[in-house]
Design a protein around this ligand. Structure first.
Ligand code: GLU
Length: 506
């Protein structure tokens, strides 16, 4: 069997959408599973849509997810260059070959002429004008013009593009690994431009030439490219090349139903649709990384948006994912982007992650200054106490704020309800137990305080909620005695004072 070579071929027109990450991931998984090669190719032939910084963003995102390419710009490889703008000279001879064989032709129509025709057609009620077999003869091209006229226009080098000459009355069929047999009627297809007036190839031409020269075995890409595949299959035939295998991935749908997940949905519902934060100059778009997601959790979440490994399997290590992956198990229907599910995965990954690794993430994360004065020992203990209670990394600080500083606010409603002045004598007694406890471990504190409560026949409910709110400001939090041990006597007594001052104020 020949070697698997797959490619992720983004256009650097902006930040990589999460759907693009999923495409990259499936390519990567197939490559790893088959000991093949995962290639990054930058499809930057459309200079008008080029966005500076987008290529670096793409690479940084792939690296963050741990799905780095084996070949690509900056990664080496024998099939480079891997940026299409650096391959301009390569494409011309294939265009020529198709012209020579009568499968492509020169077209001289200017943008103005084409716009005019489109408008005229619109007036007649035809809103989707196609440059195709029906109009080819009426347009200005080397099919409709005489050889002399063509030669003359070519020598003037005025606005020459090259278009594919789509044959008439043919059914173009190919097998898609996800969709099975797919057919298109050639009469429905347009004569796509393959070479632009500036000498740059269009996406369609560059894509198939590069897939061929880079010896790509499988083209795995989004469903939006399915209809272009008919053109691609024809070009492979025109050039006597064997086409790669195709697998078109289902759309990722927005969470509220129909329609492709877009950046507008992200902004509307406040969740990221980009892997990393992106500053467009006018707007900053949220990123999973900056929002405090674990990259492995996002990979796991994304892997299941369109792939069903079977057995209701959800949590998977990278190794399991690679072993289980197969293109045959990709589903046809669109996959709904469920942000709650992304958060659930993140929670599971944080719970399962060793505390030292979490500490490493926090020390390098955006809130790191908030933890910088705390020892590793303190941090590891607080991570242990909090890790079941957080969803994303910043929660360690946001939900656990009171572990690092006095509470910023107190749950006064509960405090007022639960605090009974007649119990103050018991609070004073508990205070002195705390002051005098030599060991100051969760165990000794719990033993002494619970012992006192039992001996005096008062209820836990009269004391614990008050202690909890005095120490942390909130009823939600880790085990009271574990928290006291972590904070230490001095800090507990300071909080006691501040908390009871709040009670008095009320
Ligand atoms: N450059 C195309 C894109 O941006 C790639 C499509 C393909 O993989 O063939 O999605």
């Amino acid at each position: 069997m020949s070697q698997t070579r797959v490619r992720f071929a983004p256009s650097p027109t902006g930040p990589l959408h999460i759907g693009g990450v999923r495409t990259a991931l499936y390519n990567y998984l197939l490559a790893k599973k088959t000991a093949g090669t995962f290639i990054l190719r930058i499809e930057d032939t459309d200079q008008n849509r080029y966005v500076a910084g987008a290529e670096d963003y793409i690479k940084e995102a792939l690296e963050w997810f741990g799905i780095s390419p084996d070949e690509g710009p900056g990664y080496g490889g024998e099939h480079g260059p891997y940026r299409q703008s650096e391959r301009k000279d390569i494409y011309a001879k294939y265009v020529q070959a198709m012209i020579d064989r009568g499968h492509a032709y020169y077209a001289f129509d200017t943008e103005e002429e084409l716009t005019k025709i489109r408008e005229e057609e619109k007036e007649k009620g035809n809103h989707s004008f196609k440059y195709n077999w029906q109009v080819r003869d009426k347009m200005r091209n080397s099919v409709s013009l005489s050889n002399e006229e063509t030669e003359k226009l070519l020598s003037q080098n005025s606005n020459v593009t090259v278009r594919l000459k789509i044959p008439t009355n043919e059914t173009i069929s190919f097998t898609d690994i996800v969709r099975g047999e797919v057919s298109f009627e050639s009469n429905e297809l347009d004569d796509k431009v393959i070479m632009k007036a500036d000498g740059m190839p269009t996406y369609h031409l560059a894509n198939i030439v590069d897939d061929h020269l880079m010896e790509i075995s499988h083209v795995i890409r989004g469903e939006e490219w399915l209809s272009s595949t008919a053109h691609h299959v024809l070009m492979y035939k025109f050039l006597d090349w064997e086409a790669p295998k195709f697998a078109h991935l289902p759309l990722i749908l927005n969470p509220t139903g129909g329609g492709k997940l877009s950046k507008r949905h992200g902004a509307k519902f406040g969740f990221p649709v980009f892997p990393l934060e992106w500053n467009s100059g006018e707007e900053i778009f949220q990123g999973f990384r900056e929002d405090g997601f674990d990259s492995e959790a996002v990979v796991n979440f994304l892997s299941l948006l369109g792939w069903n490994p079977g057995d209701d399997k959800e949590m998977m290590t990278r190794k399991e994912m690679i072993n289980l992956f197969s293109l045959e198990k990709i589903v046809k229907s669109g996959a709904k982007f469920d942000f709650d599910k992304a958060k659930w995965f993140n929670q599971q990954y944080i719970i399962g992650k060793p505390e030292v690794e979490i500490l490493n993430v926090l020390r390098n994360g955006k809130n790191s200054n908030k933890f910088s004065s705390f020892s590793d020992q303190f941090m590891l203990k607080s991570i242990k106490l909090m890790k079941e209670r957080v969803t994303v990394y910043p929660d360690f600080f946001e939900k656990g704020q009171y572990l690092f500083d006095l509470p910023v606010e107190y749950d006064l409603k509960t405090l007022n309800k639960k605090y009974k002045p007649e119990n103050q004598v018991h609070f004073d007694a508990v205070h002195s137990l705390i002051e005098k406890d030599e060991e100051f471990t969760a165990e000794s504190l719990s033993g002494k305080i619970k012992g006192y409560i039992t001996d005096h026949e008062i209820s836990f409910g009269a004391i614990f909620p008050i202690l909890r709110i005095v120490l942390s400001g909130t009823m939600k939090g880790p085990d009271l005695f574990e928290m006291m041990e972590l904070l230490g006597r001095e800090d507990v007594l300071i909080r006691w004072k501040a908390g009871f001052a709040q009670i008095e104020k009320n």
